[in-house]
Design a protein around this ligand. Sequence first.
Ligand code: ADP
Ligand code: MG
Length: 574
Amino acid sequence: MAIIGIDLGTTNSLAAVWRNGKSELIPNAAGDFLTPSAVSIDSDGTILVGRAARDRLVSAPDCSAARFKRFMGSAKTYTLAGRAFRPEDLSSFILRSLREDAEAYLGEPVTEAVVSVPAYFAEAQRAATKRAAALAGLKVERLVNEPSAAAVAGHISEGEQDKVCLVFDLGGGTLDVSLVERFGNVVSVTAVSGDNRLGGEDFDQAIARGFCEDCGLDFDRLSPRQQEMITRQAETCKMALTHQEIVGMSVDDGEISGALTLSNEWLIRKSGALFQRMIAPIQRVFLDAGISYQELDDLVMVGGSSHMPVVRRYISRFLHKEPSRDSRPDTAIALGAGICAGIKARTGDLKELVLTDVCPFTLGVARYNASESARDLMSPIIERNSVLPTSKMGVYYTVRDGQDKVDIRIYQGEHRYCADNTLLGQLVLKVPPAPRGQQSVRIRFTYDINGLLEVEVANEAGQMERLVLQNKDMAPEEAQRRLQELSKLKLHPREQEECRAMLARGERLFAATVGGLREEVGQMLDWYQQHLSSQEALRIAKATKKIDQFFDQVEAYIGDAALPPPEPFEEDEL
Ligand code: ADP
Ligand code: MG
């Protein structure tokens, strides 16, 4: 039985496994390493995950969802084809699909995983991630911060040099910045910060809005379908700008139309504010770690958006440092998670590597506020960015004469007032009545690398109370019930996934085109469906390849009308 490492991203997810002395990426059914983090319910009630689901965001928005990682641990629900799902339910489908891909690839059952999460994730979001894994039939004891995973991947490939390295991870929806120090075989994250509302999607939005602005369209007044269409195209253009100087963008769906030539300078003009927001978390990690910019040895840029030359240039200018040459924006985190899975499985060749982590938030208790008794103050015990595992103690005195118990409320967060932070749990301990300030309690917090917080309180007489906070997990019965409910929903058969994805792609292109081209797309789809219904594997494979090329041409043509129009092929040609 294998343990796999999973990068469960907002936009894309990947899995890796430690085998033969290295971390290896696991391909999905379509042969890709990146599985889009999208879920859709098909007309027959099966669950589609990945590329097909992503394409159905446009053609079947009421049955499809994406970007739900942003709402992990919140009460938000998504309604897909009339059924309600929480973000963790949707994430569990992604995890289940990755698990099945891994089982097919490895030829053995996979029951355990190390999953990476943004360093900035709070306790409730981490707990929701673990629940999602449980719903996917995966035991997850260890979550690893994404930047730590990226750093570990770098550490293995670069040998054992002592280094201070900044990991800058700009993904689809989040920015994570961390300082990682490596000493021989010890990899320590010394500070983390970030912005969980900043990522590649914001650039897509900025391009889409900038395009509309320059073409005299009002983005906010377009239909959701038109907005999605323009945003998708904005993303395609954004990616093209990573390897070419200018790119044409045009839309025409019969109702609205516009065309523009985009360049990286144009992109900077339209998204300037986003660049400034990247700097604050960088400044904060240096400040928190007490390290100066001059002490930085290595800049590791990961996350899909780190492909963007404008982002690379901006960050390396700010830090006076070139990004390290072997940064692998798309796969570093998954590869690192694979290494962590290897460590977890105690594979012989990895025993040497020691990985520590930091607590990304402050944990503390409520303290009486003498000037405003209704507003308790946050008294930190474990400070943000403490290295894990850690154990810290605080001493607190009684505040009233004759007080016979202390009420300990445990909070997580960075705000001054408890009411603005998150309440994690509560504990009461008796104390001998005495004049105020004459009795004390000692509160010890022990926080381990698996996210388990142990709270111990002792009074002067040596009496103790103890509480273990295992995140905010659901009760076991509730988890079991939910598991049964979700397992009734079947994932689409793996072997048909590629065809299903191709159909979804065609439906999306059908929605994105007009006139003669649209008609051709429709005809090609009919043609393809006929081949599918033959159920002959070879014939289907040939048809799939053929229609894939046709769709490529359609997409290129949509993106740049100067290209020759796509050529449909003869009905009987195969
Ligand atoms: P996440 O960690 O949020 O799942 P990823 O690290 O996979 O995200 O990054 C996804 C983002 O990267 C998307 O916004 C995508 O548009 C962007 N991206 C991927 N490749 C490129 C590229 N070549 N150029 C620019 N942006 C890219
Ligand atoms: Mg990511």
